[in-house]
Design a binder for this molecule. Structure first.
Ligand code: NAD
Ligand code: ZN
Length: 358
């Protein structure tokens, strides 16, 4: 048995208003006045007071990016080209501020600034050869675990797949729960449920081990406190931020499962976003995760979250076919969920019937 030797985020700050320490954290990482810090920020913050607190110096630049669509490999290539054209030197660092979309973009841009070719060539496992530019992740919504993970999930020309590598994790993360204050109830639910589903899929998977379990159980406990107990809002923000972190750590050493495999298919064909996509499929997965789905429905009821219906109603056979192939292509997810003989359990037709419910 060969065990994986995987990297972790080496530095992390946690606490309300810890964001204000960003300038002090970046200063020693500044190479010179010609090597800027590039801040990739979710455009929801465009007129927000957060912008006035960004510690800009010399040629530092803010680039606002919409998270309406999930990050794409072509978008990463364009950003990298633009940065290379503008500056004579490589940036001192890339700082991603936002949800999973912006965190993943920041990781991918940092990687592609030092690795040749197109981002799509690196979708997969351990294809990155050179160390990325210094990169910092600052989540403004909790749940995906992208702040701690070893992947950056991108929509490419042929697949939705992460750049999984030892160079992907952030060099520094700032966890400031105050940054999550403005998130809408629906988005708070969808992205938080991503974390909840990470826990359920990790804890019920065949890859489970004590390492993953220890993080997964803690994250699940925190999710239950946040979504089922009526705790004060500030405590709830703190706890969900740590749930996201632990949920991400849990899957780092195991895998996700059926909901994620299906959600990737939905995203590829219909552009359904990750959080809501997971919820859309998870509600129909009681045969795989009976306890998890029961609790999910309780939480959904408590916050009166109405999920869209008949999302797959008007799909053509060809679209279903693509959706199923994208989903079945994620072999490690199925193997984790259903064991080595998963192909006998999750057949094409069974998956088709599941997608038709969504
Ligand atoms: P997101 O980043 O797309 O953001 C969701 C919405 O919340 C957006 O409209 C955004 O503008 C808004 N928002 C974010 N912070 C806000 C704030 N403080 N106030 C008001 N609005 C705010 O959503 P997400 O669920 O965090 O991330 C989804 C993405 O993460 C997907 O692309 C998915 O593939 C990726 N993901 C990556 C990993 C990983 O390990 N790398 C894991 C899971 C998901
Ligand atoms: Zn997820």
């Amino acid at each position: 048995m060969k065990y994986r030797n995987f990297p972790m985020v080496p530095r992390v700050v946690f606490g309300s208003d810890s964001f204000l320490q960003l300038g002090e954290i970046l200063m020693p990482k500044r190479k010179n006045s010609e090597a800027p810090f590039i801040f990739l920020i979710d455009d929801v913050f465009e007129a927000h007071e957060l912008v006035s607190k960004i510690p800009l110096l010399f040629h530092d630049q803010i680039i606002f990016i919409s998270s309406e669509e999930e990050p794409k490999t072509a978008q990463v290539d364009i950003l990298v080209e633009k940065i290379k054209e503008t500056y004579s030197e490589l940036p001192s660092g890339i700082i991603g501020i936002g949800g999973g979309t912006l965190l993943d973009l920041a990781k991918a841009v940092a990687i592609m600034l030092t690795n040749n070719g197109k981002a799509s060539e690196y979708q997969g496992w351990d294809l990155v050869k050179k160390q990325a530019v210094y990169h910092v992740g600052i989540p403004t919504i909790s749940g995906t675990g992208a702040e701690v993970s070893r992947t950056t999930v991108l929509m490419g020309p042929e697949k939705k797949l992460g750049i999984n590598s030892d160079f992907t994790p952030f060099d520094q993360v700032i966890l400031d729960p105050n940054l999550t204050v403005g998130v809408s109830k629906e988005q708070w639910f969808y992205t938080g449920m991503d974390c909840y589903i990470h826990c359920i899929e990790s804890l019920n998977g065949t890859y489970l081990n004590a390492f993953s379990q220890s993080y997964g159980e803690k994250a699940l406990e925190l999710c239950k406190e946040v979504y089922l107990n009526d705790i004060p809002e500030s405590e709830s923000r703190d706890k969900l931020m740590m749930a996201s972190w632990h949920g991400g750590m849990s899957i780092a050493y195991s895998q996700v499962g059926v909901a994620h495999a299906m959600s990737y298919g939905l995203a590829y064909v219909l552009g359904v976003k990750h959080g809501i996509g997971n919820c859309l499929v998870f509600q129909y997965l009681e045969e795989f995760y009976p306890e998890g789905v029961k609790l999910f429905k309780q939480m959904q009821e408590k916050y009166q979250i109405e999920l869209p219906k008949s999302v797959c109603a008007n799909l053509t056979d060809e679209q279903f076919d693509t959706m199923i192939n994208v989903s079945l292509g994620l072999e490690p997810l199925w193997e984790n969920a259903l064991g080595e003989k998963w192909k006998n359990i999750m057949t094409y037709d069974r998956l088709l019937q599941l997608f038709k419910k969504v």
